[in-house]
Design a protein. Sequence first.
Length: 73
Amino acid sequence: MLVLSLYDKIDPKKLTMDSDFVNDLGLDSLDHVEMIMEMEEEFGFEIPDGDADRLKTPRDIFQYIADREDVYD
């Protein structure tokens, strides 16, 4: 959540684990791509486009990262 709250286009006051990036936080597709790139940089692995398309909430991202075995490899 910290990485997301630091993303300048997300209002931290509106951010919850279940906030939809588009519907609740007002991000567009380019914002979503930039946010995914920030996650890749922070956690040290690439998120394939097909997976990234399914990451619609912070909870989705949290679960995706928790399920990875190569975080920070």
